[in-house]
Design a protein around this ligand. Structure first.
Ligand code: CO
Length: 140
């Protein structure tokens, strides 16, 4: 049995899938008074994202982009939007993946980290293994 070590660190961001990025950005900026970025199209990730800067973390508003968007199925089930995933920071993503796999958690895709929306290695853990929540790990 692998020893249990701390894996996750800070909450890096919480991602919300939205049907209308302009309207969602206006809500966070004008109603909630948050600092929001311009929209960034990330075709390789199938989303357009607006970053909402909070004092202690970030929120990412995600709108689908292109045909095979990874958030399309989620938005079909949740047409008004909803929390899509949460992202925790890790120091060593390969070590985290190995330890999580040893504890029975499933890493999505081929099990290896890929470069994510912030240019850093990320991977996703199966939501059925984590209380129905899609978890992203990002190496900082
Ligand atoms: Co994310």
């Amino acid at each position: 049995m692998t020893p249990t070590l701390p894996i996750i660190g800070r909450l890096n961001h919480l991602a919300i899938a939205v049907p209308d990025l302009t309207a969602a950005t206006a809500l966070y900026r004008d109603t909630l008074g948050a600092k929001t970025s311009a929209p960034h199209a990330l075709p390789e990730h199938g989303v357009t994202v607006v970053f909402v800067e909070l004092p202690n973390s970030k929120i990412e508003l995600l709108q689908k982009l292109g045909e095979n968007s990874p958030i399309a199925a989620y938005l079909d089930k949740n047409p008004s939007g909803g929390i899509h995933h949460i992202c925790f920071e890790v120091d060593d993503i390969a070590a985290a993946a190995a330890q999580l796999t040893a504890h029975g958690a499933r890493v999505l895709g081929d099990g290896k980290a890929k470069i994510g929306a912030h240019g850093k290695p990320v991977l996703f853990l199966h939501p059925k293994d984590f209380c129905g929540t899609l978890i992203e790990l990002e190496q900082i």
